[in-house]
Design a protein around this ligand. Sequence first.
Ligand code: TYD
Ligand code: MG
Length: 454
Amino acid sequence: MTKEKDKQQFFCESCGAQSLRWEGRCGACGAWNTIKEFRPGRSQAGVRAGGKIELVRPRLLSEVQRDHAHRLVGTGSELNRVLGGGLTPGSVALVAGDPGIGKSTLLMQALAGFSQSWSVLYVSGEESLEQLKQRADRLGLRGERFPVLMENRLEVVIQGVEETQPEILVVDSIQTLASETSPSAAGTVNQVRECAGRLIHLAKTRNMAVFLVGHVTKDGQIAGPRVLEHMVDTVLYFEGERGHDYRILRAVKNRFGPSNEIGVFEMCQSGLKEVANPSELFLSERIRGAAGSVVFPGMEGTRPVLVEIQSLVAPSVFPQPRRNTLGWDPNRLAMLTAVLEKRLGLGFYNHDIFLNIAGGFRVTEPAADLAVAASLFGSLKNFSLDSGLVVVGEVGLGGEVRAVSHVATRLREAAKLGFERALLPEKSLKHVVDVPKMELTAVSSVEEMIRQLP
Ligand code: TYD
Ligand code: MG
């Protein structure tokens, strides 16, 4: 009796939290009627064959052959970069993003590229074959080596894989799949967990690369469980801003390459086009010489990306002035204004501040502090900076300017795009090598930066 009890597990379908017994309301997220029973014994079908556990002996690391070392390199260089130099056989990647952002388009295009050299299979649980054909026509794909399967049942998908023996499989989306061994509906925690687990096992045993598409829920989580993120080898987020045509594919986890790597695309009439030089795109609408506009040489993974930081500082009529940021952490802005007020005696307290990273890009690096400070100062004093200048550096609470990583890579990108001057941390100066045609001004504090601004 107790043994039977031990086997029972209860999970919330909404947030994935485990609970000891069935309850009407989830203690973790407060949702009603979402606790469901989950039986692990039945779910790990691949591991247990015929009720017996397969014996696997430990092996010496020195004896293990790296037969997985080669990569499947697709035709798209942006995707290859994000994957860390191509797709690894036997790996499972989750591609997550808002509905309508272009996940199906991205994967259909990528798979068509891969299909020139490898066997592929595209499984769709969301769209009919006609809809897939319509998209393929739009993308200009003939699809001669492109088998598609419209299916929601996991067991049938697995059968399809056994038949077509693909080296690369796309499942669009994991939330639409359901296994017959689990009683829950498609898209619930149990089903997503079960289906992903079985597909991951299939990928490892067949040495087949798998892309799983995952929808993001309203609150920004990959629908249902975050557990998927821990189960897969690679997690890619496909992002874009409303009103902008460009899309960013970002690796937030990668067991086979650097994370934080990005690929930039533009959504056009005939699908996604790669953007080889994102800096040009993000700076394309810049008005030279506008007050409060500063160019920051940022890094996204191993790649330099130049972005324009804009701010508008205006006298406030409110007792509590407004602080609005787009693409930048509001807490970091509060810290920077406090440092500037304390160190330079600037009066931001009676001013509204609007800070924007132009083009809808997001900057999370502290290395942008100095550029944000320069932008705030420029807007407050209403003067324009030299339009050939880039600014980089982290600012500490004492107003000191701290060193940043990859300074040479950042400046080389700026020089390539015609920037002539750089304001950078004193401590980073020794790392600047091979940067041609740039006038460098090193600063060690925000006071010094203000003196050096033109
Ligand atoms: P889709 O790939 O279906 O998004 P997801 O799978 O993430 O839900 O793409 C949806 C949007 O992309 C849709 O609004 C139409 C647009 N789109 C284009 O602009 N050009 C194209 O060539 C294609 C195929 C789609
Ligand atoms: Mg889709």
